[in-house]
Ligand binder design. Structure first.
Ligand code: ATP
Ligand code: ATP
Ligand code: MG
Ligand code: MG
Length: 293
């Protein structure tokens, strides 16, 4: 069908592809969450309910987009790593950023009352999103190290800051002044001597952030090879409803029933939440597929 005489304006929409063969990281960050956390009286320094809500929204995004292999969250932000060869939306930048950021936001709002049942949402929150492209595994490792180091630096500062205010009776201005120019050793020492807090006993969620991994479970579940060939619908019907539920296979199986079962098992993944170190080698050595093609 011929278009209208106005249709030429469509030509002004230029392609915005992301370079093939590169790693994509999408980082989503809450807009003005300093204010959002005050208006909704988040516990300081860390409101666990709000962090769990962020984890839930991130999990929803990973359930919908299976090319995301890893996500890392702290405070009001989440970073998502796509498998290197992803062809999601033909790697169109705006399409990916806007669709995933809006899914994250709507999940955050949709699930708010589950995590903060006594705190009505006072206004619609929003998140910004950006994609950063990295050429090699080294930058991806360094990117996630950067975010986790940031988690630690912020958490140490916020922990001592709020101890000074809530237990030490300092004003927020005084607390900032006391901490200005201090190194981490001094902060640790102050936490211990003045407030009896051993930083290392603070929950790992606050110190390490949240690590959501698309774990490959086949090697853990040899029993799955004994299963009768479930249809992909059986798996899809439960996918993502419960944390840790096995997910739909990535590829349609073919061949005999037995082959079908093993192929399905081979592709099974499930999203798991950890609060572990991702700066050292161990996490990555155990999961070489995260940085593979
Ligand atoms: P911007 O729009 O530039 O991102 P922002 O106000 O969101 O501004 P951030 O640097 O992103 O600033 O910091 C987010 C702030 O939200 C934190 O400093 C903290 O005050 C608050 N916050 C986010 N999550 C929590 C939480 N779970 N518990 C307590 N406070 C939180
Ligand atoms: P994409 O994700 O590529 O945008 P899409 O399915 O959203 O795919 P669009 O080209 O955006 O496709 O078209 C939106 C479709 O949604 C319309 O074709 C129509 O079928 C449906 N739709 C949207 N709003 C209405 C509405 N108010 N009433 C009935 N149908 C609607
Ligand atoms: Mg923010
Ligand atoms: Mg932030």
């Amino acid at each position: 069908m011929a278009g209208s005489r106005y249709q030429y304006v469509k030509k002004f929409e230029l392609p915005d592809p992301i370079l093939p063969g590169t790693f994509m990281v999408l980082r989503i960050d809450g807009h003005a969450f300093h204010r959002l956390s005050e208006v909704h009286k988040f516990a300081k320094p860390n409101d666990e309910r709000a962090l769990q809500l962020m984890d839930h929204a991130a999990r929803d995004v990973m359930n919908e987009y299976k090319d995301i292999v890893l996500a890392f969250g702290e405070s009001d932000e989440y970073s998502f790593l796509f498998r290197k060869s992803t062809a999601l939306y033909n790697r169109r930048q705006a399409k990916i950023v806007t669709t995933l950021t809006s899914l994250f936001t709507s999940s955050y709002v949709f699930n708010w009352s589950r995590y903060l049942p006594d705190t009505p949402l006072e206004y619609p929150p929003s998140f910004d999103g950006r994609i950063v492209v990295y050429p090699s595994q080294k930058e991806i490792r360094d990117y996630f190290s950067w975010r986790q180091a940031d988690t630690h630096i912020n958490n140490l500062y916020n922990t001592i800051f709020w101890a000074l205010v809530q237990q030490g009776g300092e004003t927020t201005t005084q607390a900032h002044a006391i901490l200005r120019g201090t190194v981490s050793g001094t902060k640790n020492e102050m936490l211990h001597s003045r407030f009896g807090i051993n930083y290392n006993t603070i929950p790992a969620r606050y110190r390490k952030g949240s690590v959501l991994v698309q774990e490959r479970v086949c090697s853990l579940c040899s029993w799955i090879f004994e299963l009768p060939p479930a249809s992909s619908d059986d798996l899809a019907s439960t996918a993502g409803e419960t944390p840790g539920t096995p997910q739909q296979p990535e590829q349609a199986p073919s061949g005999s029933s037995k082959q079908k079962a093993s192929k399905k098992a081979h592709a099974l993944t499930r999203i798991e939440l950890h609060h572990c170190d991702i700066i050292g080698d161990e996490f990555w050595d155990q999961r070489p597929y995260l940085l593979a093609e």
